[in-house]
Ligand binder design. Sequence first.
Ligand SMILES: Cc1cc2nc3c(=O)[nH]c(=O)nc-3n(C[C@H](O)[C@H](O)[C@H](O)COP(=O)(O)O)c2cc1C
Length: 353
Amino acid sequence: MIRLETSIGGFPLLNPVICGSGEPVMTEAGIRAALRAGAAGVIAKSVNEQPEAGRQLDRADYVRLDAGGVPTTGRGVSLFNRSGLTQRDTADWFAAIAGIDREARPQGKFVAASIVFAGADGAVSIAAQARQAGLRVFELNVGAPHASEAAPGAIAQETDPDRLTGLVRRVRAATEGMQLWVKLTGLSSNLPALAIAAQRGGADAVCMMGRFMALVPDLDTFAPVLGTSAAYGGGWALPIVCRFLALTRRATGGALPLIGTNGVRSGGDVLRMALCGAGAIELLSVIMHEGFGGLTRVINELESFLAVRDLTFRDLIGRSADALAGYAEQPETPGRWREFVPPETLSETDSLA
Ligand SMILES: Cc1cc2nc3c(=O)[nH]c(=O)nc-3n(C[C@H](O)[C@H](O)[C@H](O)COP(=O)(O)O)c2cc1C
């Protein structure tokens, strides 16, 4: 479907919906299911060089929350979880996913390797292994939300632009000829600076932004749900991501390909991120709420929206971002605030009785 075609820099995609890294794609069967469901590509479950990060999977736990933020045994709309990394041997995992990538390539699809960053030497060595396995895309996640809670050294977050440039430069050297995408944290407000830092280091694209850390108190037990802080995402996150996409597009003059992640639940959400500058999106929670069919639903919704209006996906990239104005540029509308307060605020009554 030409209407849905897009690209990340020079890397063509059949459509903008990429299955993000996570437990649903921690097996070959899961990766194949995501591709069958229509995803343009899959970021396979992340690895890193720290055995502790894999061991953390045994302490992972997950709960679905309803629209009121309350744990539910139903499908839910938000995920609250602590996660861990795959326990598969990295060489074995990369050989397996490279095999699926080779099968997917003639269909115009891809499977990417991913690392959740723990340290520069490990990242360089794992990047080199991905290249050796014949993979075409490497995603370097420097912003996994669990860094603050994980065992010391298991996962690290990089929020310093200069250090990030140095790290990306080293990983770039180990991934010659591959796409190098850098996934940034949601727990920092300097996303545009981090994106520029990644671009300076030689990244082909940045993916933003990771989920947030949260605490969900339980009104029945009065204890924290899951017993710990954990990563939290949901449709509510999308406008926040959109703003950072737009600010980053502006800061980079539109020259750095952007991938949106965190909060996409529908075809309309894919477009919202595209309007703010994303050339593609990575989604995951939808699959944990409704299965791999969620990918097909999102792609179908996207296609119908565009078909009804006879638009292509590319037509829309960056349109809202480029129209974004500042407060001072807005016309003055004195007294507008009065329309948004209760009548008592505006009454003449001045007694407490
Ligand atoms: C259970 C779970 C596990 C995840 N594991 C990883 C991971 O190993 N590596 C990674 O880069 N991102 C990981 N993510 C982040 C997702 O790839 C995605 O960026 C994020 O969930 C936001 O998108 P969503 O709102 O569509 O879920 C994980 C997310 C969840 C919910």
